[in-house]
Design a protein around this ligand. Sequence first.
Ligand code: NAG
Ligand code: NAG
Ligand code: NAG
Ligand code: NAG
Ligand code: NAG
Ligand code: NAG
Ligand code: NAG
Ligand code: NAG
Ligand code: NAG
Ligand code: NAG
Ligand code: NAG
Length: 863
Amino acid sequence: MPRKTSFLAGLCLATALPACTGFSLSTGPWPSIPPRASYTEPDGDEHVGPAVIVEGLTSDLANPLGSSPMVFDRVNKTYTLDYGRNVAGKPFFQIETLDDFAQIEVKYTESYIGLEHAQADGPYAFSNALGATFRVETFNITKTGEFRGYFIQGAQRWQSIKLVHGSGLTISKAGFVSSISMQPLDSIKGYFAASNSSYTDMWALGPRTEQLDCFPPGTQTATWDITPQGAYIRGQKPASTTHMTNVNNYTLTFETMIDYGGVGWRVDTEIDAIQATGPIFVLTSEYPEGTFANTDRSLVPPNTLVLGRGWSLQNQTSLPGFVLDKFPVDFAVMEKEWHTISTVSLGDSTYKVYLDGREIAAFNISSYGLADPNPFIPGGDNKGFALGPWQDQAAYYRNVILTSNNGNQILYSNNLTSMDVLPEFGVATNTDYICSDGGKRDRYAWLGDRLISAKTGLASTGDWKSVSGSAAQFFSRQTTAGQLPANTLFSPLDTRGVLIRTENVDPLLVDYDFDTVQVVHDYWMRSGDSAFIEKYYNQLVAMVSYSVSRALDLPTQLYGAPTGPKGIPLGGQKAQALGPAETISMILGLERMADMSEFVNNTRSALFYRAQANLSRDAIDTRLWNETGGYYAGTLGFAGFDLMDAAQVLLARVGTPERRAKVIDNLAPLRLPAGYSNGTRYVNTPAVVNPFNMGFLLQGFAMEQRTALAQELLDITWGPMIRQDRNYTGTTWEYLSADGVYPGLDLFTSCSHGWGSYATVFLTDYVLGVRATAPGFATYTFAPLPGFKSEWVHGRVPTPAGEILAAWGYEPSGKLAMEITAPAGLKGTVVVPFSGQYSVDGGQGQEGELEVEGGKTVTICQL
Ligand SMILES: *[C@@H]1O[C@H](CO)[C@@H](O)[C@H](O)[C@H]1NC(C)=O
Ligand SMILES: *[C@@H]1O[C@H](CO)[C@@H](O)[C@H](O)[C@H]1NC(C)=O
Ligand SMILES: *[C@@H]1O[C@H](CO)[C@@H](O)[C@H](O)[C@H]1NC(C)=O
Ligand SMILES: *[C@@H]1O[C@H](CO)[C@@H](O)[C@H](O)[C@H]1NC(C)=O
Ligand SMILES: *[C@@H]1O[C@H](CO)[C@@H](O)[C@H](O)[C@H]1NC(C)=O
Ligand SMILES: *[C@@H]1O[C@H](CO)[C@@H](O)[C@H](O)[C@H]1NC(C)=O
Ligand SMILES: *[C@@H]1O[C@H](CO)[C@@H](O)[C@H](O)[C@H]1NC(C)=O
Ligand SMILES: *[C@@H]1O[C@H](CO)[C@@H](O)[C@H](O)[C@H]1NC(C)=O
Ligand SMILES: *[C@@H]1O[C@H](CO)[C@@H](O)[C@H](O)[C@H]1NC(C)=O
Ligand SMILES: *[C@@H]1O[C@H](CO)[C@@H](O)[C@H](O)[C@H]1NC(C)=O
Ligand SMILES: *[C@@H]1O[C@H](CO)[C@@H](O)[C@H](O)[C@H]1NC(C)=O
């Protein structure tokens, strides 16, 4: 709440010295704010090359290759390419010389260690994400000139190239044709720097991460090719259609021509959900001469039908994969010839597979006792078939026919020659502006996970489309019931594809809808885009009605334990809700809905949202407060709390300042070297630090003006991300190890994960201290966090009227100077981070808050 302005006009203090040595940005205790560099997105391809190339597989960069070519004079010769920080795109190789043909194995990884693993830091078989599933690719080089990979590799700092077949290969250049914006940071709207360059570097992680994660239309390209001969599909996660779901007792038949390696497909598997339990089939060819020399012949032997289950034939951290069986085929499976494959699913867990009319496998998938469907994980309701070969294979598919076994009725047929196939299977080039959770993974747009990254983009790149564009996609995928997709594919989808996928992961993540209200509200405050609020208001109402009806537990007024579509209580964190964390996400969502309702003159709705928010606020305070423990219980009736319960209490300012102080005191035991652990509510969770959660806590500390705690958290959690070692990516991480050494979740960790980027927002909003208090910064505050340790900080804050320039820093005398220059029309309130008097533009001493007009520079000097 703003304090009253008290001008001590006319009061001349005898002790008043000329406190500030100067009154312009160039002569203050800070350097001048650099002007924004101009930049135009290039029309054509943008190539990005490595910073250093060294011979061998090594992170020791002491002997760089310089401008000499990479000479592959023997099999197994390897070069390591270091791009210095994360880049993304389609790999290219400039081939200078070649004897006959050569095969190179290329690996990609965010942190160096991935290069030492057979699968690099992949595979990522979780979603069809318009990028590579595999992080190791083998290329057949048959001529000189530029060779270009097909798949986008979504984020990597490191790459290795190893010759696996051939000789006489020289590569003069390698790199990526960028799939993301390469805009230099000196040309984006936002800016921040501090005397301590650690903070300058931490801020820069945010906009770079945003560049790795947010994709303008047309940049993420289709991963299937439609040809007159059918769909040509290279090795990737098999993609699902939603046009034929939940059939029992049927036969799936298609024709296929293996181009190289083999062909793959799945049946009866969950469609883009969070489990994958249908059988995986990979049929390998006879491996003729010229087959990739590095083919893993124990995993995928020649002339074999490999049966798998789970996410893939390989494990990747929390994406388990299983090989159940291998069925040798007793004749040669020829490449470059058409074959007919039929899979009979009898609906009782038993399957038969026929190749060109001959039975090659018969099995009962349940009899292996592995990876059976888990009824407590939602999203298993829609199952179907999916098409896609295994790693380093490619095949044509055509004339897919699905017939019922009872009466041979044709239920589905598709010759896969029409371009509609791409949206049907969710593999078409993106037409919306989309933001992903991560560059390499999750290449999925998880709704609630944008809570922090959305702010980062707006505060740093100032690209409003990063929110308005991705919101356009979400709102276009809303169901009539009001549900928004908790996650969604990047590809354009048809109506049925949207409906089935939107319903799939819900209702586990109903709270994501409340997070989305917060994202939209924050967008409105920063961008001033009121037309957007008017446009989507009705859809927001529908979404919130749906979520409240699913989530609100009436007897307690807390966020309740949602149940699955069949009334089954859902597993995991949210089944144990009835606690502060999710309830507060609901409260904050409702309160922001009230603001937006008032704006559109929907007073009744505003009253309703506020009344409900207040009931739930009271419920937390009365039902969950544990006086003995000094915390809000994480779950009604249970002892202990979770880190997010505490963070959310601070963010929503639940309870009295005294209670919140106790909540903060109680965090001490959760302190790890690199942040705070998950909490005490959940036992057996790994001791890793989640920078997403640290973001909420950081803002909570800032709102409570606990500067020392906030600065310490900033240093310990984000310090490791700016450390220039071989794990550095120039972007923010999804998790980090408790000791800050990294990686938090092994190779699985996404190291360009926007949810970890709150440091950027914190530095702009609270350290520089410029925050909107009305849409579009029509009114704003300049209120730096008192006592933040830095000699000076300065920056630019994007607003729809142009940038606000702000700075503060200490004079040699130890007094603080501040300066603000806002575009005309914006009204600021300066809250000085010290007590006592100050002068304005060299005038007489005054105290309290100060109102400033835009269109000029105002300098404030502590007296
Ligand atoms: C290449 O390395 C693999 C294993 O790393 C080894 O089995 C093979 O013999 C090597 N080939 C040559 C030609 O050195
Ligand atoms: C690589 O190219 C050679 C020469 O054209 C060819 O014989 C071989 O089959 C190709 N291998 C693959 C895996 O495409
Ligand atoms: C994946 O890990 C599980 C154990 O978590 C193991 O049972 C399974 O065999 C592994 N799969 C592969 C392909 O190694
Ligand atoms: C398949 O295997 C499961 C588990 O062993 C068994 O319960 C089931 O009866 C089998 N089904 C058929 C049709 O054999
Ligand atoms: C599947 O259909 C076939 C043919 O009508 C029938 O013989 C068989 O019993 C059915 N299987 C199941 C499990 O219903
Ligand atoms: C394949 O589908 C297209 C469009 O759906 C149709 O025009 C064409 O006749 C079909 N071809 C075959 C061989 O079925
Ligand atoms: C709300 O009502 C006010 C006063 O009648 C009007 O000026 C304003 O345009 C209305 N806002 C909207 C979004 O309809
Ligand atoms: C309150 O907190 C204390 C200390 O953590 C704990 O021992 C006690 O069981 C809690 N009370 C309830 C009702 O959960
Ligand atoms: C934190 O706790 C939640 C809730 O149990 C759990 O889902 C999550 O995996 C934990 N995360 C980490 C990194 O420990
Ligand atoms: C700069 O900040 C880092 C924390 O991120 C801290 O470790 C270091 O001591 C600071 N340097 C100075 C000169 O204050
Ligand atoms: C980088 O991460 C690895 C684990 O992936 C860890 O062992 C190592 O200590 C980290 N730091 C450096 C400098 O390699």
